[in-house]
Ligand binder design. Structure first.
Ligand SMILES: [Zn+2]
Length: 232
């Protein structure tokens, strides 16, 4: 095989793997699979009309992002989920995110401030629910929400911490998707506004406290004990 043919071949394989990856990621995030469902490479290869190698590459990438688990028998599955697991994720977020927010407030420059303001504006103007998407948060709102929370932390300038945030966020989104639908009596708009105001006022103490409360309320809503939040 010539070098060019080889290059375009592996490029083609990469494109296919990217497509399978994107398809599976969306399906998992949409809740098309139940927690713990097997992701069978053979079946997926047949379904997508691609080779096993292409499917395995996509699955390995999902594992890296916390959207799939690798099983001891070399198989793959959608992560199993339990209240305990969610509490671990929530604890990790409450421990790490307020600390990163403090760093972000200390280090962020005026560009960061402008991005926080823009991200908050988009979030505040995006409807959380749309009729087509039923009881779930709309995908536009979910994305605006992710971007706002990430932007708040990006002033820290540490990519390792931001990757940690990305992983925890993905896991939280899965939990959110799988949690029974509950409509906690919650002022998310106000919580996000206070977060934005404290960050832009460079008030690290208030911002960290508001963020910790925000995460506690989310955890309580998802584990079905909305009143626990007040005591936590
Ligand atoms: Zn939020």
């Amino acid at each position: 095989m010539t070098q060019t043919a080889h290059a375009s071949n592996s490029q083609g394989k990469q494109m296919l793997s990217e497509q399978v990856y994107a398809h599976l990621r969306d399906a998992i995030m949409r809740g098309d699979y139940a927690p713990g469902d097997a992701l069978k490479p053979q079946d997926l290869a047949k379904e997508h009309g691609v080779s096993l190698a292409v499917v395995r590459e996509a699955l390995v990438r999902l594992v890296g992002e916390g959207l799939a688990d690798r099983l001891p028998n070399r198989g793959f599955a959608v992560p199993a989920f339990s209240d305990r697991r969610w509490q671990e994720i929530a604890e990790a977020r409450r421990t790490i995110e307020p600390v990163v927010l403090r760093m972000s407030i200390e280090r962020g420059d005026v560009d960061w401030e402008a991005r926080v303001r823009a991200a908050h504006h988009r979030l505040a103007r995006t409807p959380a629910y749309v009729p087509e998407e039923g009881e779930h948060y709309s995908s536009a709102w979910s994305e605006a929400h992710r971007v706002f929370h990430r932007t708040l932390l990006e002033g820290c300038g540490n990519p390792v911490l931001l990757e940690t945030f990305d992983r925890m966020w993905t896991a939280s989104e899965l939990a959110r998707r799988w949690a029974a639908q509950r409509t906690p009596d919650r002022d998310a708009l106000g919580e996000h506004r206070r977060l934005e105001e404290a960050a832009l006022a460079r008030d690290a103490d208030t911002a960290a406290e508001v963020l910790a409360q925000h995460l506690t309320l989310t955890a309580a809503a998802l584990t079905g004990c909305p009143h626990q939040a007040k005591e936590a």
